[in-house]
Design a binder for this molecule. Structure first.
Ligand code: SF4
Length: 263
């Protein structure tokens, strides 16, 4: 990572450049970081932009190979799955929800309650809370199928569109398919062809979360967001420093997890 010196003796932001090898080429990145104390949660907009750039490159590769991404706005078929949300994204989304007008907060709270009740009635919540499913891949897959078969839409899905698209979780961004969209109506039956990503930043954030929570997951199901937010947890505070320090920790973790080298 290369910090850029500035003429301003007390800048509020500093520029940093680095590169990541993605899908066989180097992705050059240049970001403005807070000069003062910041947290991993506060760096999320930068992480989301980085993820978008990685996925953009992946989409270009897929199109060039003759298998363009088939995901389109208005198709919310995949929004009935269990979405893993990192603790840092949970913190940011909780903060965002608290900033909404009271009426909208109430509406969202009702949507979350309805989704939780439907999943409870389908027996899925009990299975999630038992945690045993994290131990074996077969059980994890079965839980994912049970969740999907409960047909419970994400509380943020309205008219088959994501109402939080610009700030949606990394896991949602990473779910890209090249098969016909109609197959996504039941991935447990149809052969949905997902794109293999060279790097998933969601996994990087989950690994930070695993250290903080001593939880094998390091994330929460999105549908638990409202309940999780009531704890007022601030996981980002535990990975804090100057903008450059937090970015360095992030790049080191990417390097560890995905073998991605930084400059
Ligand atoms: S956050 Fe948005 S993209 Fe993700 S599951 Fe919910 S509605 Fe779909």
């Amino acid at each position: 990572m290369m910090p850029n010196p500035s003429m301003d003796p007390h800048p509020s932001t500093v520029k940093a450049t680095f590169s990541l090898p993605v899908a066989g080429v180097r992705l050059e990145a240049s970001v403005q970081l807070p000069a003062g104390r910041t947290t991993l949660t506060q760096l999320l907009p930068i992480i989301q932009n980085l993820e978008n750039a990685i996925l953009g490159r992946v989409a270009e590769e897929a199109a060039a190979a003759g298998s363009p991404i088939s995901c389109r706005a208005g198709c919310g078929a995949c929004c009935r799955q269990m979405v893993p949300v990192s603790l840092f994204e949970a913190e940011a989304l909780t903060e965002w929800m608290r900033s909404l007008p009271e009426e909208r907060q109430k509406e969202l709270a009702e949507r979350f309650h309805r989704a939780l009740s439907a999943l409870r009635d389908a027996g899925v919540i009990d299975k999630i809370l038992k945690d045993e499913w994290t131990l074996e891949e077969e059980r994890t897959t079965q839980l994912a199928i049970d969740y999907f078969h409960a047909h419970v839409a994400c509380p943020f899905l309205e008219n088959e569109s994501c109402t939080i698209h610009p700030i949606r979780p990394l896991a949602c961004r990473e779910y890209l398919v090249v098969s016909p969209p109609e197959l996504c109506e039941d991935p447990s039956v149809h052969d949905v062809m997902g794109v293999q990503l060279p790097l998933k930043l969601s996994r990087v954030l989950h690994s930070f979360g695993q250290e903080l929570e001593r939880d094998p997951r390091g994330w929460i199901p999105l549908v638990f967001l409202l309940a999780w937010g009531k704890s007022s947890a601030q996981p980002g505070e535990q990975i804090a420093g100057t903008g450059e320090e937090v970015l360095r920790k992030l790049l080191e973790r990417i390097n560890q997890i995905a073998g991605v080298a930084k400059d």
